[in-house]
Design a binder for this molecule. Structure first.
Ligand code: C5P
Length: 432
């Protein structure tokens, strides 16, 4: 039973306008809708005419208990339906978003209710594209996505996989769960972080002076940013390896945030299961030595270099080129010789020039003291320090960090990794 204290006050209930366009992924919009409702969000649905061929509007009406909007002219009581829909939305999510609708949005075309509403909306617009791999990778679609990205549209990128058309490749709409998480993060952006800013006043994370999301601040325009992320994987033999639990989420969030703020971003990523953030050049590597080489190239002309990767400390000196077998190869396995991996941050920062260098320090104790030592030892300009252990940091969405610079340490700031990525860039951008 729901008690009155569990019912959110009407003014705190957010409205997501869910746009559904015509492709097979339309059925997954039902799952997104339910996921958002479970998180306390009111969802209203607007569909293109093509979408109604895949899912009947009645399905969405039954799930939302609200009228489903399809036709520009079908509501005689509301002659300017697209404006009232647009005004009601705290966020407009279009999922799935076809290549056709992205093309129309990029060109500013409003020829049905969904696209005119998208033109009229002032709330953030999030697109979850879905298309056949060739349509998705078509340079025109890619150009349109880049243009929309530059206009401030946000993306939950399509993933790779088996497509309804029988093809294998990129174009499958991101998982509904991921889309719901992203939307919630955007909705909660400004209000949920419980941190303090560095002067000790409560931080309003993710908002600029005008109340706009800080992701729309283009203060990194013309800047080159290099980010390392994820773990490195050091082979023992073709099936075994040495690695760690890094999810890469923070590095990816930083790269996404920097791209949103206008930077040209190269993300050097170890093996992770995350999709490339929109507008980011991702260089995928496996080992620490490969990461050093790729990071070195991007570092040379970077204005900002952020080393968020969890690089394996050691690697097998001589990886076996066949699978070592228990029983027969025990002696060889027990005698594996390990050598130290290069310290990528230290190697590159020691020879730094114009680059502002940010390193990370995950510490179990004496966080500030250890991070301060690391700042000097690695020749970094700033260390993002966080306490680990007890299930914190690795793989989680939320985190608590401190900034350690030559002048001292900041107060702890907490929030989602996406929010903290913005806070980090807020701090660094004026110093570039
Ligand atoms: O020495 P420690 O691993 O604690 O240092 C952490 C910082 O150094 C992180 O920013 C990490 O990305 C970077 N690092 C690196 N190469 C290594 C080890 C750490 O770039 N081999």
């Amino acid at each position: 039973m729901t008690t009155t204290s569990e019912i959110a006050a009407p003014e705190t209930i957010k409205t997501v306008l869910l746009g559904v366009t015509g492709c097979i992924g339309a059925y997954k919009a039902c799952e997104i809708l339910r996921g958002l409702q479970k998180r306390g969000v009111r969802v209203k649905v607007v569909m293109t005419e093509h979408a109604t061929h895949f899912v009947d509007p009645l399905t969405f009406r039954s799930l939302t208990h609200e009228k489903v909007a399809v036709d520009l002219f079908d509501d005689p009581t509301d002659p300017i339906h697209h404006i009232s829909l647009a005004d009601e939305a705290d966020l407009f999510l279009i999922a799935p978003c076809t290549a056709n609708v992205m093309a129309k949005l990029a060109a500013g075309i409003g020829d049905d209710l969904l696209t005119t509403t998208a033109l009229a909306v002032t709330a953030p617009v999030v697109l979850a594209p879905a298309a056949n791999v060739h349509m998705y990778e078509n340079p025109i679609t890619q150009r349109n996505m880049n243009a929309l990205h530059d206009f401030g549209f946000k993306f939950v990128e399509a993933g790779e996989g088996y497509l309804a058309c029988g093809y294998q490749g990129r174009g499958r709409m991101a998982d509904p769960e991921l889309i719901v998480d992203y939307v919630m993060e955007q909705l909660e952006g400004a209000s949920t972080a419980k941190g303090q800013d560095l002067n000790g006043t409560p931080a309003v994370l993710g908002q600029d002076e005008d109340g706009a999301l800080s992701a729309s601040v283009r203060d990194l325009e013309g800047k080159k940013v290099m980010v390392t992320a994820g773990p490195t994987v050091e082979p023992i033999d073709p099936v075994r390896y040495i690695s760690n639990h890094s999810s890469g989420k923070f590095g990816y969030a930083i790269a996404a945030a920097a791209a949103e703020r206008g930077a040209e971003v190269t993300l050097v990523s170890g093996p992770v299961s995350l999709d490339a953030p929109a507008g980011v050049n991702v260089v995928r590597v496996t080992t620490a030595c490969e990461m050093l080489e790729a990071a070195g190239k991007a570092f040379a002309d970077a204005d900002l270099a952020i080393f968020a990767a969890a690089v394996a400390d050691v690697r097998p000196a001589n990886p076996f080129n066949r699978k070592m077998k228990k029983g027969t190869d025990d002696a060889a396995l027990a005698a594996i010789e390990l050598v130290e991996n290069p310290d990528i941050l230290k190697t590159l920062a020691t020879a730094k020039d114009q680059q502002f260098v940010v390193g990370f320090a995950a510490e179990t104790d004496h966080v500030v003291e250890n991070a301060t030592k690391k700042l000097k030892r690695k020749n970094a300009n700033l260390i993002v320090a966080n306490q680990v252990g007890g299930g914190r940091a690795f793989g989680q969405n939320d985190n608590e960090i401190m900034f350690v610079e030559a002048g001292g340490a900041s107060e702890p700031v907490s929030g989602t990794k996406a929010q903290l990525a913005q806070v980090l860039l807020d701090r660094v951008a004026p110093q570039l």
